[in-house]
Write a protein that binds this ligand. Structure first.
Ligand code: NI
Length: 181
């Protein structure tokens, strides 16, 4: 099932999402729906608040990318905890399905250690670096109510102000289903 994607300005994107209790919801079905929704929008990562569900789960699928590291990366992260971040911080221009046609450089550390449950409720602790780490950091932010635009410089944010307020009004031109508030 394809869900409409929530847009910048929707309060669900600013809430700290709730942990999922095992058995409370069918996480396999939810993850499938999230992958389907994300693929319909050509995204590589999607967090539950982006489909209006304030739960701590996100999915990543980089198989459509050329990047060696990303193209073999398809995973579901439930109740993730970032145990630590290390390495050099590096800039990369990020975007987000909830903030269409807006991009900006975000500085993030290159290595993360994360504990999470997969869709079969196996607990895992893993380390990721570079692009994989970045996508996880971006999606993890979503379940804490943070967005990549929060990291942009005050000047850049000022330049984007009109664009962001248009998105808040639901004035977006995208090929995927969005939820207008
Ligand atoms: Ni995003």
């Amino acid at each position: 099932m394809i869900y409409p994607i929530t847009l910048y300005g929707d309060s669900v994107l600013r809430a700290k999402a709730d942990e999922i209790v095992e058995g409370e919801i069918d996480v396999k079905e939810l993850a499938e729906d999230m992958f389907e929704t994300m693929h319909s929008a050509d995204g590589i990562g999607l967090a539950a608040p982006q489909i209006g569900i304030s739960k701590r789960i996100f999915v990543i699928d980089g198989s459509m990318l050329e990047d060696e590291q990303m193209k073999s990366f398809k995973q579901v992260f439930i109740n993730p905890v970032i145990e630590g971040e290390s390495g050099e911080a590096w800039d990369f221009e990020e975007g987000c399905l909830s903030i269409p046609h807006v991009r900006g450089d975000v500085s993030r550390k290159s290595v993360i250690k994360i504990t999470y449950f997969d869709e079969s409720w196996n607990k895992k602790t893993e380390e990721y670096d570079n692009m994989r780490a970045r996508v996880i950091q971006h999606e993890f932010d979503h379940i804490d109510g943070k967005l990549f635009v929060d990291y942009l410089s005050p000047l850049k944010r000022k330049l984007l102000k009109n664009k962001l307020s248009e998105i808040m009004k639901g004035k977006v031109d995208v090929a995927y289903k969005v939820k207008k508030t």
